[in-house]
Design a protein around this ligand. Structure first.
Ligand code: HEC
Ligand code: HEC
Ligand code: HEC
Ligand code: HEC
Ligand code: HEC
Length: 487
């Protein structure tokens, strides 16, 4: 009996004695040591900085580790076949040896086997955990595929949500969206590797989670009510960059029937009380052809444009989308602002730049030019501004060069945030739906033409339904205290 058992151990070693299994052992051991080292470094806070190291530690090394583990039995199996063909006796090749745990050698072998398996489980377990954790970081989402994500990442980094992780909006809580996002992620990696992704990345996102489940973790509609005061500073393309200020009360509203206060933009379109569904003729959801409102009382109104055929119910079922936050806020964080407005913001915040004659006109012109790459564009815009003042205003150039430099830098940064030639992305490919200036926006539905069949209800275009002007195109910033006192 004892002879038989030590024979088993010997046979295992005999089977293991082949290049494939040995390579597997080496691969597993080396990548295992590598992974353990990375995990330790990670736990002590030394890994976050680079998305590539994370990729290596938690995706590539574990892949080697698993391949190594798989090679071990594979090699043994192949060798067993070879031995069989070479005429080894049936007894020698018996697949399942009888195990007798009274035998010390076997006990030792079994202990080693169990310990190694436990170690492997710990390594693979912690690595999968860290891999998932890593795949949720902003660095992984935004920087691993640098070119592909550069437009969204750059806009994000300059947005009010720059401290909100990508996954908070793109995945949100819960297991099913988590799994879906990982599968979707694999598909994206595949497209990136094969270089078959869309340029620009198609928008709107077909598979985005309903925004209310993500955005409402931080903003919930019951909490916005009342009007919002907005002041728009716009600057002309003339020599003086002449400002014009418009102040309005935007009727953002919100609330709910339960709260007692409700009304305005948020309340009308968000389905806790009202539910709006719509269908569009195009993938970008810009040509809206059918709208349905279900009121809290259960009344259903269907709006179409005069002359349009009514949509058959099966098309409605297949195409209609329940309106949510991103039908208006489609650029809450990846905003590629049109140059004119981006420069208005700069002239508003850096009033000293208004002293540069024709600054707005020249900067818009430079930013709108065609450049082969993002980096070359940034530099070319900077040079264009410097060149303009050096050539056209030599006096200003000699006395006020730091100001010209500041203007050139601001214009170059604006280009850097809004134009990405490698991904074909700019303010025109990804317009903002808030308002009605950059894209038809609200006016996709609010065009005074969408009406119920009986003509009772129209989706209204009256300016005052959405905002009340307090000041229009004033040359000076409005005195807000006086406005409030006077109202
Ligand atoms: C505040 C929420 C929010 C955050 C944070 C956020 N996104 Fe988005 N993202 C959106 C919305 C909303 C859209 C537009 C969806 C649409 O129009 O269908 C979008 C669209 C995208 C698109 C599609 C292209 C486009 O511009 O429409 C990509 C790619 C993307 N996001 C990547 C990222 C990455 C990478 C991060 C982190 C660096 C991130 N997002 C962080 C909300 C967010
Ligand atoms: C994890 C929390 C979080 C999530 C999720 C989130 N936001 Fe925000 N959002 C914020 C914070 C915080 C601010 C205020 C930032 C500031 O004022 O600096 C903000 C600001 C905003 C603003 C005002 C921006 C401005 O320019 O004043 C809008 C609009 C907005 N969020 C819409 C959205 C939408 C739409 C979504 C979902 C796609 C979303 N947010 C998801 C935290 C979040
Ligand atoms: C019908 C279009 C529409 C929908 C749908 C919509 N919003 Fe808004 N929201 C607006 C407008 C318009 C403003 C004011 C924009 C401005 O400041 O210029 C606004 C403002 C905001 C603000 C800034 C509030 C403030 O007082 O500064 C937040 C935050 C916000 N929305 C979140 C959301 C969230 C979350 C959802 C989805 C639950 C949502 N919105 C759905 C149109 C909409
Ligand atoms: C998908 C279509 C659609 C879009 C896009 C849309 N709305 Fe509406 N909106 C409606 C419908 C439908 C009603 C209800 C009309 C009625 O009274 O019968 C409505 C009602 C309103 C009301 C209340 C009007 C009243 O009678 O008092 C306001 C205010 C409003 N919308 C503002 C906005 C703003 C601001 C935007 C853009 C940020 C916007 N809407 C985008 C469909 C839309
Ligand atoms: C369905 C709602 C809606 C209607 C109707 C509407 N607006 Fe607006 N408008 C908006 C919203 C929302 C904004 C704010 C956009 C933003 O946040 O940038 C806006 C912004 C503006 C601005 C400021 C633009 C800027 O950025 O300089 C002007 C001017 C304006 N509207 C004029 C009008 C006039 C004139 C009418 C009537 C013919 C009108 N709007 C009708 C929703 C509406």
């Amino acid at each position: 009996m004892a002879r038989n058992q030590s024979g088993t151990t010997a046979r295992m070693f005999n089977l293991a004695n082949n290049p494939i299994t040995l390579a597997g052992v080496a691969l597993t051991t080396l990548s295992g040591i590598g992974i353990v080292t990375f995990v330790i470094v990670h736990l002590f806070g030394g890994l976050e900085a680079s998305p590539y190291i994370g990729m290596f530690a938690y995706v590539i090394l574990p892949a080697f580790f698993v391949v190594g583990l798989a090679l071990i039995p594979l090699g043994m199996l192949l060798r067993r076949r070879r031995l069989a063909r070479a005429g080894a006796t049936a007894a020698e090749l018996r697949a399942y040896p009888t195990l007798d745990f009274n035998e010390p050698k076997l006990r030792r072998a079994a202990t080693i086997f169990l310990l190694l398996t436990a170690a492997n489980a710990v390594i693979l377990g912690s690595v999968s955990f860290l891999a998932v954790e890593h795949s949720e970081t902003v660095a992984f989402c935004g920087e691993t595929c640098h070119t592909v994500m550069q437009p969204e990442y750059t806009a994000y980094a300059n947005s009010p949500h720059s401290r909100v992780a990508c996954v908070e909006c793109h995945i949100g809580p819960g297991a099913s969206w988590f799994v879906r996002s990982k599968l979707d992620g694999l598909r994206q990696v595949w497209h990136t590797v094969r270089d078959t992704y869309h340029r620009p990345i198609a928008t709107p996102l077909e598979t985005l989670r309903p925004a209310r489940e993500t955005c409402e973790q931080c903003h919930w509609p019951g909490k916005h009510h009342g009007d919002k005061l907005r002041v728009f500073a716009r600057f002309a393309s003339d020599e003086a960059n002449t400002p014009a200020y418009t102040a309005m009360l935007l009727k953002t509203g919100g609330g709910s029937l339960d709260l007692g206060t409700h009304g305005g933009i948020h309340w009308w379109h968000i389905y806790s009380d009202n539910r709006i569904r719509y269908a569009a003729a195009d993938d970008r959801r810009e040509e809206i052809v059918w709208v349905e409102l279900t009121t809290p009382a259960g009344e259903v109104r269907v709006y179409t444009r005069e002359g349009d055929e009514p949509l058959p119910p099966e098309v409605v079922d297949a195409e209609a989308r329940i309106m949510d936050c991103i039908d208006c806020h489609n650029r809450p964080t990846h905003l590629f602002q049109q140059p004119s407005w981006a420069l208005d913001a700069i002239l508003d915040h850096q009033p000293e730049l208004r002293a540069l004659p024709f600054f707005k006109r020249e900067a818009v012109r430079a930013i709108s030019g065609d450049y082969p790459s993002h980096a070359e564009g940034v530099e070319a815009v900077r040079q264009a501004i410097l060149e303009f003042y050096r050539g056209t205003y030599p006096d200003l150039w000699s006395t006020g060069q730091p100001l010209v430099e500041a203007g050139a830098t601001a214009a170059a940064q604006t280009y850097g945030r809004t134009v990405f030639p490698a991904m074909d992305t700019n303010w025109e490919t990804h317009p903002n739906h808030i308002g009605h200036e950059q894209s038809p926006g609200c006016w996709r539905c609010h065009d005074d033409e969408m009406a119920t069949a009986d003509g009772e209800h129209v989706i209204p275009m009256d300016c005052e339904n959405c905002h009340v002007f307090l000041v229009e195109d004033a040359p000076e910033p409005p005195d807000l205290a006086a406005l409030v006192a006077g109202s």
